[in-house]
Design a protein. Structure first.
Length: 176
């Protein structure tokens, strides 16, 4: 059995609300062991046999459980540990004015992102791997952080499934 994290795209937005207990139940019904959620924003940790159709099985099961399509980006525990070992932010820590994010792609298509990719005062991409884009988001007027995730995801359109997470979520997933 391999430990995985499923990062669900577009849940808990508007009418697409999915409760943590319901996610755990859905993963259990699909036969995955040890299912538990991490932070109430569509992150599920679980154990499963590593198979090429794992993502499809999860997306099909989630649609059957909740009645709408839920895109899923998977990372194994080993992949999450490798992300942290990469130290993409070169030891930087978040501040009140800067947050650290990773945009994860379901398939290794990060090379499609035109580089350099930044909007001064908004976000800066600091590292790109085959399937992950690491970026800093800066506090904007009104308190929100840069539009990096939206702008970074735009070149992929609907051809490539992606989702964005705060770097702290990745660190917490490995420690869980």
């Amino acid at each position: 059995m391999t430990e995985f994290a499923a990062f669900l795209r577009g849940v808990n937005l508007g009418r697409r609300t999915v409760k943590s207990a319901d996610l755990v139940a859905a993963f259990g019904a699909m036969g995955f062991a040890g299912a538990r959620t991490l932070i109430a924003s569509g992150n599920v940790l679980f154990e499963a046999d590593d198979s090429p159709d794992l993502r499809t099985r999860i997306e099909t099961g989630l649609e059957q459980s909740f009645g709408f399509d839920i895109g899923t980006v998977l990372r194994s525990r080993a992949e999450l540990e490798a992300m942290i070992a990469l130290d993409p932010f070169a030891g930087k820590a978040e501040t009140d004015d800067m947050k650290l994010y990773v945009t994860m792609l379901a398939t290794p298509d990060a090379h499609l992102l035109p580089m350099p990719c930044a909007v001064p005062g908004d976000f800066t991409v600091v590292k790109v791997t085959a399937a992950d884009i690491y970026h800093e988001g800066y506090r904007m007027e009104g308190g929100r952080y840069g539009a990096g995730a939206t702008l970074i995801g735009r070149p992929f359109g609907k051809k490539v499934l992606w989702t964005n997470r705060n770097w702290n979520t990745i660190v917490r997933a490995v420690r869980a």
